[in-house]
Ligand binder design. Structure first.
Ligand SMILES: Cc1cc2nc3c(=O)[nH]c(=O)nc-3n(C[C@H](O)[C@H](O)[C@H](O)COP(=O)(O)O)c2cc1C
Length: 335
């Protein structure tokens, strides 16, 4: 198992949900970049559990300790390693799932791949908790990109098919009351990304963003620009016509979502992701006993969010920043 992303920066995420700590090492950060650690803490706070009304009761401080790579608030050119200690672990919640895989979790597929040796407590390395170190790295990339005029922001488009705050709240509360969960759609917009980042074919910017975004557990779909709806349009409706805006070339519409042929066009990069309903629910579900091969039932114990869409927002921003910064460094190398 290895969880490493990037060509020009290397982001290595390690740890498990209930191991003593989780963390990240980032190789390739240029020296001399000022990191606003307080701002990074605020960013991580948006992801942390127990911070919004829909969130799990697991409370973690989520404050990273920097072991290397930062000196007097500036990157020093050495690999940067941040560690986050797991303080609120309750492994006893998970004993039952050793041989009873939870539906829609990675328990079964990980059991097959790692022959039962995987750390299954709290989902181990597959847990949403691993998005904390992703957000540490991504929060740093966001600050660097912001210094270069690029802004990346996510917003909730819908939850359980609802778009108004009132109906979203009602849907989440109703799911919680039933012991159930709901998913939703997040939209990410990256503004001021220069034209020319990315590649055709296998290393396109869409590919790079998708690869980063699918590291976030529970993301099951992605679409760029007008996405799947382009399939029902005519070319004359879908094409984005070019025009001069002062000395800049822009398009009148942005159905292409800021990427053409895998390369940024200079228009805003726009993509949406589908977040599935939280797999751990309070209702009884059918599963299989892996030891006996018998059909059985499971009620997933532990503390779970009825909706993780809100906590996923900074994770998607972090993943997008990681991909765009890696592509920006590649373009600088190419000259
Ligand atoms: C920020 C975040 C928090 C999460 N918290 C939970 C949780 O409390 N309970 C749960 O069942 N799933 C949670 N998940 C989702 C699961 O980790 C994920 O669905 C599971 O590991 C299977 O991976 P997959 O959905 O990508 O196939 C969370 C995901 C994210 C992004």
């Amino acid at each position: 198992m290895s969880s490493i992303y990037g060509e020009n920066i290397k982001v290595s995420i390690w740890g498990q949900s209930h191991s003593p700590a989780i963390g990240v090492t980032v190789d390739g950060l240029p020296a001399g970049i000022k990191i606003d650690v307080e701002k990074l803490h605020r960013f991580l706070g948006r992801r942390a559990p127990g911070k919004n009304k829909f969130s799990t009761a697991r409370r973690e401080d989520d404050k990273p300790e920097f072991l290397s790579g930062l000196k007097d608030g500036f990157t020093c050119g050495a690999p940067l390693t941040a560690v986050i200690y797991n303080s609120d672990t309750r492994p006893s919640d998970y004993e039952e799932i050793r041989f009873k895989p939870r539906p829609s979790h990675a328990d079964y597929s990980a059991h097959v791949k790692f022959r039962g040796f995987q750390d299954f407590y709290g989902g181990g390395h597959f847990s949403g908790r691993l998005t904390a170190p992703l957000c540490v790295a991504g929060g740093i990339f966001l600050q660097i990109l912001e210094g270069e005029g690029v802004s990346i922001r996510c917003a909730v488009k819908s939850v359980a098919g609802e778009t108004s705050e009132e109906k979203i709240t009602a849907a989440v509360e109703a799911a919680r009351a039933r012991g159930d969960s709901v998913g939703g759609v997040i939209e990410c917009v990256a503004e001021n990304v220069p034209a020319g980042l990315g590649n055709p074919m296998f290393d396109g910017l869409e590919n790079m963003i998708s690869k980063a975004v699918f590291a976030i557990p529970a993301i099951k779909g992605i679409e760029f620009g007008n996405g799947f709806s382009c399939a029902s349009l005519c070319g004359s409706e879908n094409n984005d016509e070019f025009f001069m805006d002062g000395n800049q070339i822009k398009t009148k519409t942005n159905n292409h979502g800021g990427i053409l042929g895998g390369i940024s066009s200079g228009m805003s990069i726009v993509f949406r992701v589908a977040v599935k309903p939280t797999p751990s629910i309070g209702l009884g579900q059918k599963t299989v006993n892996l030891k006996t091969g018998e059909n059985t039932e499971i009620i997933v114990s532990g503390r779970h969010d009825p909706c993780i869409v809100f906590r996923a927002l900074p994770c998607v921003e972090a993943a997008a920043a990681m991909a765009i910064y890696d592509a920006a460094l590649a373009a600088r190398k190419e000259g």
